[in-house]
Design a protein around this ligand. Sequence first.
Ligand code: NAG
Ligand code: NAG
Ligand code: NAG
Ligand code: NAG
Length: 477
Amino acid sequence: MAIQQSPLTGPGFGRVLFSILSVSALISTSICDAPYPREQKPLLSFDSYSLNEQGHVKLGEAFSLQDIFHHGTYQYPNLHKHISIPKSEESSWVENSELPGLNGPLIARSRPMKIERLKDRRPSIIEPMISAAQEDGKFWSNSDPAAWTVDHLIGPDVTDKETILTLARMSANSYQPKPGQGDWTDVGSGFNESADFGWENDGIRGYVYANEDGSIVTISFKGGTPQLGWMGGPTSSNDRDNVNLLFSCCCGQGSFLAQKVCSCATFGFFSGRVCNSSCVGQCLKAEERYYPAAQHIYSNVSAFYPNAEIWVTGHSLGGTLSSLLGLTYGLPAVTIETPPEALPAGRLGLPAPPGSGTMQTRNNTGAYHFGITSDPIYMGRCKGLAASCALAGYAFDSVCHTGMKCVYDVVKDFGWWSSISTHGIVTVIQDVIMKYESVPVCEPAPECQDCSSWKEFHGSLTSSKTSKPTTTCHSPR
Ligand SMILES: *[C@@H]1O[C@H](CO)[C@@H](O)[C@H](O)[C@H]1NC(C)=O
Ligand SMILES: *[C@@H]1O[C@H](CO)[C@@H](O)[C@H](O)[C@H]1NC(C)=O
Ligand SMILES: *[C@@H]1O[C@H](CO)[C@@H](O)[C@H](O)[C@H]1NC(C)=O
Ligand SMILES: *[C@@H]1O[C@H](CO)[C@@H](O)[C@H](O)[C@H]1NC(C)=O
């Protein structure tokens, strides 16, 4: 190894040494081969450790890719496939041609985290409650406080740069195995591959990474678009429909350019703009949409790894899915450049303890949203007729995130301009996360307000009109 000749001093030493150690820990477990002088003890510099709340030193752990789950959406809503990654190939699956020089082991540290969540989080228990909350806006505030608990669990260390870099790299995974390639098995209702060629462009993928003893499993969610972003790509109209359902005040209704994806809004001279939130929630849960696809993946992963702590992560729309799942099942979620997602969380009727107010005023959610000030999508500024988002038919109206926001101020620190071109994960990894010495402090933003020019209601205001959700939610074209 050429690196053995390099000087053993200087600021980068601890980090370089640490990554050598983690590589050798993966390969051989012996660290004694390295010809370092004995005086160099302790071998690891202090910044290679992190302290947990009890003052115990916790070393980073290497995560490796174990499985990929794929769930279809528009074209193939019944497609549900799984592939497990052979041990011998794990490392090659981490390579990302867009991130040269960043193919080393995925090291993440953990630290104690408090999450307020339902005691019984089985999907079969939570599902009907969410459906009830979608119909009845007061469902959770009237629910029994005894059903809730504040759990102390092992979460990702969101104060640690290498951990955030690792989660971002997991979110950037671009490897797309195809149906004929590798040993996909069907975990759904039986899918005819020969009839349905081309499924890799449709649907949601969950990349499952585990630490060495399998006690922590991270799912990184990714939408089907091959581009590491949203604009362009074969599934972008599917993405756009989901975006407008998720982040617009009422599915793109009331905007000239946005693609309308439901009929849940009414406009009146006296009443103004009114959105039926239950109606939007129902459209979001239609089987071909992204949230249900991510739920299927989660329910399989939790069945495959029944004793593991599950973390979720993702970039952009993948980040939104991870956050929505985190709020559904009470999981730690770290997102990168996700658009403000408190609005869809409320519309889906996701769990919130009684007395917690809105989705953005909830404490101890376990959700951490990393992003940069130059990205209009993360900042909730991609709106108005002149914005590039509207021109592409996207309706981003929401401005509030749930949980904590961890903001890199690249506008102030680097003089960057606000531009959608800074939204991509490669930019964020190479030019932001790696460039900063440390990660930003995470803070809540409870004063935030979404869609103040709209009124919204849950369920039936009047029982005069009943419309079937199938006609209310516009089908994909
Ligand atoms: C799969 O699709 C092909 C082509 O349409 C068809 O010939 C075949 O019978 C189908 N197989 C099954 C199991 O449905
Ligand atoms: C995986 O999820 C699908 C759809 O939710 C379900 O039908 C299947 O039984 C699950 N398989 C396992 C092994 O959990
Ligand atoms: C969240 O925590 C803050 C600070 O401790 C507190 O002021 C606020 O009331 C809490 N909000 C809720 C909804 O519990
Ligand atoms: C709102 O939407 C829900 C679900 O689609 C529907 O049952 C309800 O009747 C709607 N309310 C009104 C006033 O249209």
